[in-house]
Write a protein that binds this ligand. Structure first.
Ligand code: NAP
Length: 442
């Protein structure tokens, strides 16, 4: 293989090798090729079967290689990992750090799973490991947490962290589409993968939430401990009922410290949020993160959570931070030690339960009796007219109560023979005092 060493960038700059020349890798190269940031110079691109990736606009001096080892052996200052997935991405990041390179990555899986260990290695080597693009794409949320609201003591972080789910849910809300119709449309427009399960099942958002918990709340959390519930059971009828309650439905990623800061509630699940809340006003594929601090109250960060160009901006911003300050400060981005903080699964909130039943007299009385038996107060019963009696959706809302009690009540109610489908059970994130997305734990 022929390695050509490109000219060094301006003093105070850095040279860059990109590993993974896909959507984000190419968008990063385009920004660097634009000349907007002369201090950051692309010198190497690594991708499997790289010949089919070669482009002339990236600069004639760029070295194209199939071999990651060639990147390690080259004099590049920073390696940008953009291949995605766990393996070999994690191994490549370790190798790059061990070789004395700084690393920038957009890889939420690797950072959520191994961030603290990799940061320890980066610190040991006196190198940077930056990952702004791993959470909410183009929104500078990690820098916002680390620098912008560093003066506060954060208690809660909640957000819409998955653009695919937000697109599907807002299309169901605005156009009355079914889940399948909205998903097909999202696929057609490039907002959803052929296999959307990581998005719709909540796993993508929970990896991002785990990183936010580390950077914003200062707790290491095992990503697998965060409950994730799918948006797939949400139906078009739920948006009609949600509207009657002054709400919309969103996939909400939420983490909150207990009042003594000793425990952590965290979850990703569909939830009702007030129409007037910041979470409800983010439509389509956009993302939002709302942080709540003891001193400063709520601060929202919003923008494009994905897409090649917005994500590439976050990557290039990390590169510029490295170019400005090649030796990192000794403090880390994540808590670099400590056992993972256990996640408390039970939570208190008002609840929305949508039943789908084969109608007959006495159903509401039977359900009310079950809820009463578990100490739960029913707040309202809603029933839209015009549905067939053999498949009739109706909703009961419950006053704020423990999720443990709701689960026990619904387990008892599962024995009734009138269910056509299992009920859909969503928390209502409604803070009745101020109309914002509520303050009860995740
Ligand atoms: N796309 C977004 O909007 C977005 C937003 C935020 C974060 N991210 C993150 O950014 C990273 C990159 O995403 P992307 O959308 O750019 O992915 P992508 O379009 O699939 O690009 C990945 C690139 O890496 C190459 N690659 C994969 N495995 C490789 C291997 N083992 N050896 C060599 N090359 C390999 C692929 O080559 P082939 O062409 O041969 O497959 C492809 O060119 C991921 O971690 C993703 O989660 C993406």
């Amino acid at each position: 293989m022929n390695v050509v060493i490109a000219d060094r960038p301006a003093p105070g700059g850095c040279t860059v090798g990109i590993a993974g020349f896909g959507t984000v890798g190419q968008a990063v190269a385009r920004i660097l090729a634009s000349g907007a940031h002369p201090g950051v110079q692309l010198t190497h691109v690594c991708n499997r079967n790289v010949a089919r990736k070669r482009v002339d606009w990236a600069g004639g001096e760029v070295v194209w290689t199939d071999s990651f080892q060639a990147l390690i052996d080259s004099p590049v200052d920073v390696i940008v990992e953009l291949i995605g997935g766990q393996d070999p991405a994690r191994r490549w990041i370790e190798q790059a750090l061990a070789a004395g390179k700084s690393v920038v990555t957009a890889n939420k899986q690797v950072i959520a799973g191994s961030g603290p260990a990799l940061l320890r290695e980066a610190r040991r080597q006196g190198r940077h490991l930056l990952f702004e693009a791993a959470v909410a794409g183009g929104i500078p949320i990690l820098r916002g947490l680390r620098d912008g609201v560093a003066g506060d003591r954060l208690r809660r972080i909640q957000g819409i962290l998955n653009g695919t789910c937000n697109y599907i849910l807002t299309r169901m809300e605005c156009a009355g589409l079914s889940f399948d119709e909205a998903l097909s449309e999202a696929r057609r427009l490039g907002y959803a993968e052929a296999d959307p399960s990581a998005d719709v099942d909540g796993y993508d958002a929970r990896a991002k939430l785990a990183i936010l918990v580390g950077v914003g709340l200062g707790r290491v959390v095992d990503v697998e401990d965060i409950p994730a519930e799918p948006i797939t059971p949400v139906a078009a009828i739920d948006f009609i009922y949600a509207r009657r309650l002054g709400c919309v439905i969103r996939q909400v990623a939420r983490a909150e410290l207990t009042p003594d800061a000793g425990g952590l509630h965290a979850a990703v699940r569909p939830a009702l949020v007030p129409e007037a809340s910041a979470l409800a006003r983010v439509g389509g594929s956009r993302n939002i993160v709302v942080v709540d601090g003891e001193f400063g109250g709520e601060t929202a960060f919003s923008g494009f959570g994905a897409g090649g160009a917005p994500t590439a901006v976050a990557v290039v911003s990390d590169l510029m931070a490295i170019a400005r300050r090649p030796a990192p400060a000794p403090d880390g981005w994540l808590p670099a030690s400590g056992e993972p903080c256990p996640v408390i699964r039970a939570f208190e909130a008002p609840h929305y339960i949508r039943f789908m039943i084969n109608d007959r007299p006495g159903i509401i009385a039977s359900l009310a009796q079950v809820f009463s038996h578990h100490g739960i107060n029913v707040d309202a019963v809603l029933q839209e007219p015009g549905w067939p009696k053999t498949e009739l959706p109706f909703v009961m809302t419950l006053e704020s109560c423990s999720s443990v009690s709701v689960a026990a009540a619904l387990a008892d109610a599962a024995g009734f023979d009138f269910h056509v489908r299992p009920p859909l059970w969503l928390p209502m994130r409604v803070d009745r005092s101020n109309g914002t997305a509520g303050s009860s734990p995740a």
